[in-house]
Write a new protein. Structure first.
Length: 273
């Protein structure tokens, strides 16, 4: 048996089973073949080819300049290096402004090896989500702080602290689940809201700055290695795992996976209350 065939392939049913069993899972961003291999062999279940590459690789001050061509290039790189992780790809800014455009953009990244695509927004994405799922393209809905809407939000701020906003977010999350979303990603919301949404949805919920009660956790790879660009202030929910590693980068990735699965990360210091 080859080493490739021996690798356990993570799938959407795998993550659904983890949720039912109360088993946490880890996710990280990656943008090239080498890090995709290191991350996936360290036990990370989900790799996100994120439009965060616009900030950590391209030097922009937001994700808005990232194009579909950029995403296609990095998706191909990650696909070549991946060893069994589920690969999620961001649809970049204005690449899913209409239902038809959503199909074309998603199909492009699926052909590159993505297992599902991620879209930022709320209930307004319901029809696009339903259409993509009907065509065999799984969707991760991204709610809370949505970086592509940074100009409307007025900055990188915690979302859902207002009770009315929290109720609306929960209602819209349920709408997206009913529309066929396979995963929900929650970014920068209070711990209590992250816990409530995770409990009330049957699909897996991945958190980033959403407290310790979500089914999975995700971070930008550069953040968890402590190499955030100097122009970017590390968010509260970030932890650098490299100093505690005894085996370099691979040890840091393994430490992150273990911390997520054991529930040690995120701790109270990484959580919005």
């Amino acid at each position: 048996m080859s080493s490739q065939s021996a690798v356990k392939q993570i799938s959407l049913p795998t993550l659904s089973r983890y949720k039912r069993d109360g088993k946490k899972f880890a996710a990280l961003t990656a943008y090239d073949a080498l890090f995709a291999e290191l991350i996936s062999t360290a036990g990370v279940e989900v790799i996100l080819v994120g439009d965060s590459l616009g900030m950590v690789l391209q030097g922009h001050d937001s994700t808005l300049p990232v194009t579909l061509d950029d995403m296609e290039y990095h998706m191909n790189c990650v696909h070549r290096g991946n060893k069994g992780a589920l690969i999620m790809a961001d649809l970049p800014f204005m690449s899913y402004a209409s239902e038809g455009q959503s199909l074309e953009s998603a199909a492009t990244l699926m052909r590159c090896g993505a297992h599902l695509v991620k879209l930022e927004g709320g209930a307004w994405l319901a029809e696009s989500t339903r259409l993509l799922c009907e065509r065999g393209i799984p969707v991760c809905a991204h709610m809370g702080l949505t970086p592509q809407s940074i100009n409307r939000l007025g900055g990188y701020r915690v979302q859902g602290r207002n009770p009315d906003q929290a109720v609306t977010m929960l209602e819209e999350a349920k709408i997206l689940e009913d529309s066929g979303a396979a995963i929900l990603l929650l970014e920068c919301v209070p711990e209590s809201l992250g816990a409530q949404i995770t409990q009330e949805l049957s699909i897996p919920v991945i958190g980033i700055g959403a407290g310790p009660h979500t089914d999975g956790q995700i971070m930008v790879m550069h953040d968890m290695l402590g190499i955030t660009p100097s122009s970017i202030r590390p968010p509260k929910f970030v932890k650098n795992f490299l100093p505690e590693s005894k085996n370099g980068l691979q040890g840091a990735f393994q430490a992150y996976v273990e911390a997520v699965k054991s529930g040690v990360f995120p701790g109270p210091e990484h959580t919005f209350h």
